[in-house]
Design a protein around this ligand. Sequence first.
Ligand code: NAD
Length: 315
Amino acid sequence: MSKILVTGGAGFIGSHVVDAFVDAGHQVTVVDDLSSGSEDNLNPKAKFYELDIRSAQLADVFEDEKPEIVAHFASQIDVRRSVTDPIFDADVNVRGSLNLLEMCVAANVKKFIFASTGGAIYGSPEKLPADESCTPLPESQYGTSKLCVENYIGLYSRMYKLPATILRFPNVYGPRQSPHGEAGVCSILAGLMLEDKAPTLYGQGTMLRDYVYVGDIARGCMLALKKGTGATINLGSGKAASVKDLYDIIRGITGFSGKPVLKDKRPGEVEKIFITGARAAEVLGWKPEVSLKDGLTKTIEYIRKQHEAKKAEQE
Ligand SMILES: NC(=O)c1ccc[n+]([C@@H]2O[C@H](COP(=O)([O-])OP(=O)(O)OC[C@H]3O[C@@H](n4cnc5c(N)ncnc54)[C@H](O)[C@@H]3O)[C@@H](O)[C@H]2O)c1
């Protein structure tokens, strides 16, 4: 059993990771300001602090909880907001992460795990699927702030011997994902199609991504507790699906019979990016197990129940 502090543990991916840590018998503390996360996602067995990662009060949490491991998921995740408000993006992602790293060093934390992005850090690499040897050339402020944090982690590992693993996620999807921002495309499409509303497919539906189910990502984070120190690892599937592919699968599951609206891609969005999980297989013994169809079926089931609960509330 380890004492683990999870930032962003009330959010989509962080809450699934908290569940996995709790189920494995770890003692988990969550720090989240609930800016995009929800108390509904919180594992009842985890201790919760409603707090901004930029706050000086974070030191009190370290003092009281004495975490041995820190898994850092709290972030401004909206690519488009990072383009329109880069100062806010950098403030949360860079200054917030730096505040956390300083405290990890002061508390002599034994392992730091960072949720980075494979989708936004590489830009448009010539070699696809992208592996970790590709030079990161982000095309958005969000990708740049995440890269900056990766660099700080590298520095803190060299300067203070902070043991760290950087995990670069692909497009993660699954239950609890908020239907905001590009990352939530599965939730957005499924939510609209369940309500019989026509979804908009940006990039004319041709943009390519790899979509990995959140349960697989949580398993990767579990493995990183014990393995991968000093490594930067893509948790990718290596497989590309277009937005139109997603639309077709979701249409098949929901029975939607309308037509999508096709629009051009928006600023900061990359045309195609998918990442290989070869290093994750080698270092962590990880590979994604849930197929896109099965993962989307579970996600749609979750959204359907959410819609029903909302309707019952309104009646
Ligand atoms: N969803 C994806 O496909 C994806 C892909 C690549 C990387 N990531 C990374 O994974 C992590 C989790 O993403 P997610 O999709 O679960 O997003 P999310 O928005 O659901 O989770 C982020 C959580 O951080 C919290 N938070 C935001 N700012 C905070 C602050 N200043 N102080 C404390 N808490 C704060 C939010 O309330 C939320 O609960 C992020 O670091 C993100 O960059 C996600």
